[in-house]
Design a protein around this ligand. Structure first.
Ligand SMILES: [Cu+2]
Length: 519
């Protein structure tokens, strides 16, 4: 294996991107310093042998991930999981990462195959697996989940029951059907015990299934931006080595997009851009507002809407995506903020980006209408079965400290056990599920793999357009206490997951295994 060449290549890319990531540790301090000195001008801080260039904390142009595209029906690539230094918001963090920092965007089409050689270069686990699998553990195990994909959950496809151990290499092969919905998806690790730490570390990347809105010239002409929303957390050593770093309602240090704190998004007056927003934050809701601009949503969770939804504020929950058209107003600087939002407790707030509108006006238009959405609505007569699931949690006594050890998070009163199948569904079934939330202190996020669903009602209120999604809020009892969805279990048998996408809750047990079987 030519690991030396790979590491050098990654370092050079990091330097060219502006010194965001240097594989300093792997290269050896002397080599890293020589490379940095040779290529980067400016002040080198005396922070140790592996000095990195100073990156201003904020107001840098938005950096978008490198793109990797399919060719001849296959997207063949590798993903290396390893520790890396990342400069984010003036902090020099040392975190588990994909490809040394900002994970690449994968672009492919329906009918194509994604082939990944995943190299787990994380160090050995120091702890043994606990008797209770829903206690966080072994943070250096990983695997790969294509969030939102309608594809096989079995074998070496989108199988999150796989365990990818440190020091080893694994192949993943995921084929999308010809009629797969086209839009914005994402990927992240899903190994129970370690997924939360890895997602919170920024091991998140976008996947674009190409070809949506191809007949809508106003959207085709719009410049696209990939924006991975994250909550940045770390301990006093600027690492994440303990679950307690992630679990408290005040854990978030600041919010970031694509690993940048308050980057600058440039636009021309009148320009329309398409922002592919990915809710890759590990735990909390983000309630977005762009000063003096409308957010025009054209798709949720990678599935086209039949009519544009124009709004002042947009709620992004963990796991969700929104494709948003933004039309710039007059010259000026406009703040993109996360506003206060009550999810049972206060969600994190703060600046996300600045939109700087300047230059020659660019006369562009928003679309007058959108094409027919891709999935047929599920009518009453199609339903073959109904189930109710209960998201619950035990909360600590009023005088407790709020540490994670004091909580359990459950579905139907049980924490997750990979040895148990919780829901069995016949292939071809079309079901209506009511998800109740009995947990007084938190909204939760229902997410299920393999098949998208149609949202019928949230908190007792019908959803007018019955939005297709793969992740949806289940409000706490005081806010309605339930969400109703309908879904078709088509095409794929096998075992996959249903869980809360607030990663702290999933890791502590709020997850079930669903098996779709053929008679
Ligand atoms: Cu939850």
């Amino acid at each position: 294996m030519t690991s030396g060449r790979k590491i050098l290549g990654a370092s050079r890319r990091g330097l060219l991107r502006g010194g965001l990531a240097i594989g300093g540790l792997a290269l050896g301090p002397r080599a890293a310093f020589a490379q940095a000195g040779a290529h980067v001008h400016g002040h080198m801080p005396e922070t140790g042998l592996t000095s990195l260039p100073v990156v201003p904390a904020m107001d840098q142009p938005l950096v978008e991930p490198e793109t990797r595209r399919s060719a001849n029906g296959v997207l063949s690539t590798s993903l290396r999981c390893a520790y890396a230094y990342r400069n984010i918001g003036g902090e020099r963090l040392y975190l588990r990462s994909y490809e040394g920092g900002l994970a690449p965007t994968l672009r492919m089409k329906p009918g194509e195959t994604l082939k990944i050689r995943l190299v787990n270069d994380l160090p050995p686990n120091r702890d043994r697996a606990p008797a209770n699998p829903s206690l966080p553990h072994q943070f250096n195990n990983t695997n790969f989940h294509f969030h939102g994909a309608h594809c096989s959950p079995s074998g070496i496809a989108d199988n999150v029951m796989r365990s990818m151990a440190p020091g080893r290499t694994y192949d993943i092969e995921i084929t999308l059907p010809e009629d797969h919905t086209r839009g914005t998806y994402w990927y992240h690790p899903h190994h129970h015990g370690a997924a939360d730490v890895q997602v919170a570390s920024g091991m998140v990347g976008a996947i674009v299934v190409e070809g949506d809105f191809a007949d809508v010239p106003e959207i085709v002409r719009a410049r696209e931006r990939i924006m991975l929303l994250t909550q940045v957390v770390h301990d006093p050593f600027r690492m994440i080595e303990d679950f307690g770093t992630l679990f408290s309602e005040t854990a978030t240090r600041f919010l970031a997009i694509n690993g940048q704190r308050r980057p600058v998004i440039d636009m021309r007056p009148g320009e329309v851009q398409r922002w592919r927003l990915v809710g890759s934050q590990y735990q909390d809701n983000m309630f977005l507002e762009l000063d003096r601009h409308q957010l025009n949503v054209i798709a949720y969770d990678g599935i086209q809407l039949g009519a544009m939804q124009s709004m002042k504020q947009l709620l992004m929950s963990p796991g969700q995506r929104a494709d948003v058209l933004v039309q710039a107003g007059g010259p000026g600087t406009y703040e993109l903020n996360a506003l206060p939002y009550d999810q049972g407790h206060a969600s994190p707030t703060g600046p996300l980006a600045r939109v700087v509108v300047a230059g020659e006006p660019m006369p562009m238009k928003l679309p007058a209408a959108l094409p027919k959405p891709p999935l047929e609505t599920i009518g009453d007569s199609e339903i073959t079965g109904r189930r109710t699931l209960v998201f619950g949690a035990t909360s600590p006594a009023v005088d407790a400290s709020g540490q994670w050890q004091e909580f359990t998070f459950t579905v139907d009163g049980k924490t997750f056990d990979p040895a148990r199948i919780d829901q069995r569904v016949r292939l071809g079934a079309v079901e209506e599920w009511t998800i109740r939330n009995t947990h007084a202190h938190d909204d939760h996020i229902f997410h299920i793999h393999t098949n998208p669903f149609q949202v019928m009602e949230i908190g007792g209120r019908p959803v007018a357009d019955r939005t297709w999604r793969d992740s949806v809020v289940v409000p706490r009892p005081a806010a309605g206490g339930s969400t109703v969805i309908r879904t078709r279990f088509l095409d794929y048998t096998g075992v996959f997951m249903m869980h809360c996408h607030m990663m702290n809750h999933e890791e502590l047990g709020m997850m079930q295994a669903v098996e779709v079987y053929k008679d």
